[in-house]
Design a protein. Structure first.
Ligand code: SF4
Ligand code: SF4
Length: 191
């Protein structure tokens, strides 16, 4: 594949995904102090985390189909490559294979979002991690959700970011779990 074709394939993959911008993978993006005012000037939400500035996710610059401040995005954004992106960039995957792998992840995110009702897919993926760290649903009619949650975390871990391997450790740095107010109680799945 030519370099321009590779660049196009990478761009199309990220535009179809957005999980590293919409809160699916991360709760925040660490910022360098000089970036703070520039990003605030673009209307993005900058918070303090452990005394350091960070860009809150879901990122206000994510349009659902791209980054609205791409040319001025933080250095951490510019440097981030999930496993899938890196493998496509290296030629270890072809575009159809990469999209097929991403497609199953997005399908599971959508299923969980529907199951939890009224939450976006980005929240659903972190809720999945939080639920797996707590207790799986036991009601037979919800059993498939436990399987979906398990498959989602397994796929995210393998295909996107290995830090999802241990949901109980998500509180140390991004990816992080949602706040208590956004975390569904395990019993909600038992009814
Ligand atoms: S998670 Fe990977 S494929 Fe998805 S938008 Fe981020 S870098 Fe692109
Ligand atoms: S600034 Fe752009 S690249 Fe960075 S998280 Fe926001 S939408 Fe994504």
């Amino acid at each position: 594949m030519s370099e321009p074709a590779r660049a196009t394939a990478l761009r199309e993959l990220c535009l179809a995904c957005g999980l590293c911008c919409n809160g699916g993978l991360f709760a925040r993006v660490p910022l360098a102090p000089p970036e703070v005012e520039r990003l605030r000037g673009r209307g993005l939400v900058v918070v303090s985390h452990d005394g350091e500035p960070a860009l809150r996710q879901p990122c206000a610059a994510w349009s659902g189909a791209g980054c609205n401040c791409y040319a001025e995005r933080p250095a951490r954004c510019a440097a981030y490559e999930c496993h899938l992106y890196a493998r496509l960039a290296a030629g270890a995957l072809d575009p159809p294979d990469a999209h097929a792998r991403l497609g199953r992840i997005l399908e599971l995110v959508a299923t969980l979002a529907r199951a939890f009702g009224g939450v976006d897919g980005a929240s659903a993926i972190r809720r999945a991690a939080a639920l797996l760290a707590a207790a799986p649903p036991v009601a037979p009619e919800h059993a498939h959700l436990a399987l979906d949650l398990a498959e989602l975390v397994r796929l995210v871990t393998r295909e996107l970011d290995a830090r999802f391997a241990a949901p109980t450790r998500l509180d140390v740095e991004d990816p992080v779990p949602p706040g208590p107010e956004a975390t569904p109680r395990p019993e909600e799945l038992r009814r």
